[in-house]
Design a protein around this ligand. Structure first.
Ligand code: CO
Length: 265
């Protein structure tokens, strides 16, 4: 088919041109698209007015669709998340699924109806963030784990136990090292919160530097696919809340990198 790839920023992101995923992609085209996904970490395909079934079918090319942790729903409702105005937890830098033991590998978000201005999503390339650290800092954090404290979902849900993920991860497909940090990391395993804070604060600020970022201004029917194993993102909460911002998302299950953390202190 011969896809065209247009870089969106120096750090990450590429638009894939000449592809219509409403029809099944042949293996050669998907492999080109998937290579761009691995290389640029975020891919954009414009003009995709997908049905939910088409969205799910395309998601399945990337791996196993991660269902919502809710039962009693129709099949498509379990797999498609409707996002009406980003929740507060999306308005900080994070990687999807970091609050679980098995984080999300890829997220596929489609803009259905967007406000006139604002409501952008920003992405950061965590390979670059890691590579730009000094050798001393790399040595310090390699082998350390970041601790996440579970939050209660609903009124009757129990607070899940704390868990930890490595601060530096090796991508299972590209084998490149990247930083795995976000504002949801509250502590470094084996250290007090107070000791951890300056290092975590530095890493979070460092990873969000503009030279590692791409800011996406949504158009209706944009589909973005991002790799949570080497990127962070944030929903910018700067739009008129009386206007509609309607999106649909699916998630691809990743591999386990977390473990339940018992504070030894
Ligand atoms: Co997110």
């Amino acid at each position: 088919m011969g896809l065209q790839v247009r870089q969106l920023s120096y750090a990450l992101g590429a638009e894939i041109i000449g592809v219509d995923i409403r029809k099944p992609l042949d293996d050669q085209s998907f492999s080109e698209l998937h290579n761009a996904f691995l290389q640029y970490c975020v891919i954009l395909i414009r003009g995709q007015r997908l049905t939910q079934d088409q969205h799910i079918a395309f998601t399945m090319r990337f791996g196993k669709v991660r269902p919502k942790p809710t039962e009693h729903l129709e099949a498509s409702e379990r797999e498609i998340n409707t996002v009406n105005s980003p929740v507060n937890s999306a308005q900080i830098w994070h990687s999807d699924g970091s609050m679980t033991l098995i984080p999300t590998a890829a997220s596929l978000l489609r803009g259905v109806e967007l406000p006139q201005v604002g409501g952008d999503t920003m992405f950061a390339n965590m390979y670059l963030a890691y590579e730009a650290l000094s050798e001393g800092m790399k040595k310090l954090i390699d082998g350390l784990d970041g601790v996440y404290f579970g939050t209660k979902g609903g009124r009757f849900e129990e607070r899940p136990p704390a868990h930890a993920h490595p601060l530096v991860k090796v991508h299972p497909e590209t084998r490149r090292k990247s930083l795995y940090i976000g504002e949801k990391v509250k502590q470094i395993a084996g250290m007090t919160a107070e000791e951890s804070k300056p290092v975590l604060q530095f890493l979070c600020d460092h990873a969000a530097r503009p030279q590692f970022c791409y800011r996406h201004q949504w158009r209706n029917d944009d589909l973005l696919v991002w790799d949570n194993r080497c990127t962070n993102h944030i929903a910018v909460g700067d739009y008129d809340r009386t206007k509609i911002r309607h999106m649909e998302r699916t998630n691809v299950t990743g591999t386990q990198s977390g473990y339940v953390y018992h504070d030894p202190l």
